[in-house]
Design a protein around this ligand. Structure first.
Ligand SMILES: *Cc1c(COP(=O)(O)O)cnc(C)c1O
Length: 444
């Protein structure tokens, strides 16, 4: 039992030079836990000797572990630009730099500087968004899921919202339209069939208790073949005739024309807003390419009602969101799409991707990798089943092994036909050197 007395005293141990510069409160906490463990092991006769250096090193190791980042940057070499698991949209450093002036200072977030009184947090982006979208009014909430919830809760609580059976989708992360509707208090009235819903289906379903006709973007799937859905224009007409609200949950919304004819079955915000919908909502961080947010646009009278719902307080956005969103919208107004990385990546021509990939191939060596033409998808529940061209570097070797090795080096590639690919569609040029280093390391 003598050995117990040899256990280091925590107050002394903390002062050891190996811990200099480290936080002594955390060191003391870790040391106490370690010493308690050792005492127990001694009592259980599991150890008979103490190694002070080892104790010190163990404590230091635990301390360092504590500060290893949990959230960390990764290189997305999957080719999927809006990768949900990797944070969807990127924010450019230039936009973040502008926004950081507000984030790191006091601001007029809810202060009307002209009048010297309380101001409105939602006004900062609504002005710019009205200019961009040409709508009566705009409201921004936490994400599009909150937008859907707030709209249904405000206008369709205990009243019917009519939705096509082809649009009762699950978005992923357990966001299912029917469940969200019931949680919001809205009564879902399903109409039509999975593949076909006609104007008459909506018309026949309208009753005394109907509040709105809702259209939901199918997001991550599409129905091909014998199918038909009702154009929004017709839904809107029915709503006008019957004094109902029309609401379109777009999921994603985009401003400039998309390349590769991606906009064919997927109208832009401008086109959708031509029909003057009463309300639409879309994500800030899908094709719009900004921060996580839910953007609601439409009639002022309806947005005013949304603002009066107590739920808004729970769904409200922070100054971090608002300031980054404001910068993104300003970039849109200037048509400065370079500052919106999601769009920049999407707009990269095959030719420029090919040049970048070829350059990398030259640096690494022709025998170790090949440039290939292939296809990718946008991801994030947008542009379902729409493939478009991309260029990738096929790194020679066992695909699953390479995938794992690159993953450990913070580069997430993709496997296609047993080939490990580094897809340039989702890679920003500033990360190419890091990729080259990893390839060289991995296939020595
Ligand atoms: C993505 C999506 C949502 C959810 O949007 P978040 O911004 O992820 O909350 C809701 N509805 C549709 C149709 C979507 O595609």
């Amino acid at each position: 039992m003598n050995i117990l007395r040899k256990l280091p005293k925590i107050d002394k141990l903390v002062l050891n030079p190996v811990f200099s510069g480290l936080n002594s409160t955390r060191i003391a906490e870790i040391a106490k836990e370690k010493i308690d463990q050792l005492r127990q092991s001694i009592l259980n006769s599991e150890i008979t000797e103490l190694n002070t250096d080892k104790i010190l090193n163990d404590i230091k190791y635990s301390y360092e572990k504590l500060f290893e980042p949990s959230l960390k940057p990764l290189i997305n070499a999957t080719g999927v630009i809006l990768h949900t698991n990797m944070g969807r949209s990127l924010i450019s450093e230039s936009l973040l730099g502008e926004a950081s002036k507000v984030i790191t200072n006091y601001s007029n977030l809810e202060y009307n500087q002209e009048k010297g009184c309380r101001g409105e947090r939602y006004e900062h982006v609504s002005g710019h968004l009205k200019n961009l979208l040409h709508v009566e009014d705009v409201l921004v909430v936490n994400n599009n899921a909150s937008a859907v919830f707030l709209i249904l809760n405000t206008f369709s609580k205990n009243r019917e919202a009519i939705v096509s059976r082809g649009e009762l989708v699950e978005i992923g992360g357990s966001f299912r339209i029917p469940e969200v509707m019931s949680q919001s208090g809205a009564i879902l009235k399903e109409i039509g069939a999975t593949n076909k819903t006609k104007k008459a289906d909506y018309e026949n379903a309208i009753c005394e208790n109907t509040a709105m006709l809702m259209k939901v973007h199918q997001s991550n799937f599409s129905i091909e073949g014998f199918s038909e859905d009702t154009p929004y224009k017709n839904i809107k007409e029915l709503c006008e005739e019957n004094n109902l609200i029309d609401y379109y949950d777009l999921g994603s919304g985009y401003i400039p024309e998309l390349p590769y004819n991606l906009g064919n079955n997927e109208p832009s915000l401008k086109t959708i807003l031509k029909d003057k919908p009463s309300l639409i909502s879309f994500s800030g961080d899908k094709l719009f390419g900004s921060v996580q947010a839910g953007i609601i646009a439409g009639k002022k009278e309806l947005i005013d009602k949304l603002k009066k719902n107590q739920l808004l307080r729970m769904l409200r956005v922070d100054k971090i969101t608002l300031s980054i969103l404001e910068e993104t919208i300003k970039a849109y107004l200037k048509e400065d799409y370079k500052s919106i990385p999601t769009l920049w990546l999407l707009f990269q021509s095959e030719e420029s991707l090919f040049q970048r990939a070829t350059k990398m191939q030259k640096v690494i060596g022709d025998s170790k990798c090949k440039v290939i033409k292939t296809k990718t998808v946008m991801g994030g529940g947008t542009l379902p089943n729409r493939e478009f061209p991309t260029i990738a570097l096929h790194v020679e070797g066992k695909a699953s092994e390479l995938e794992r090795k690159f993953r450990k080096n913070n580069i997430i590639g993709r496997i296609e036909n047993d080939m490990f690919l580094i897809d340039f569609r989702s890679i920003l040029p500033e990360f190419e050197d890091q990729i080259v280093d990893t390839i060289k390391e991995t296939i020595k």
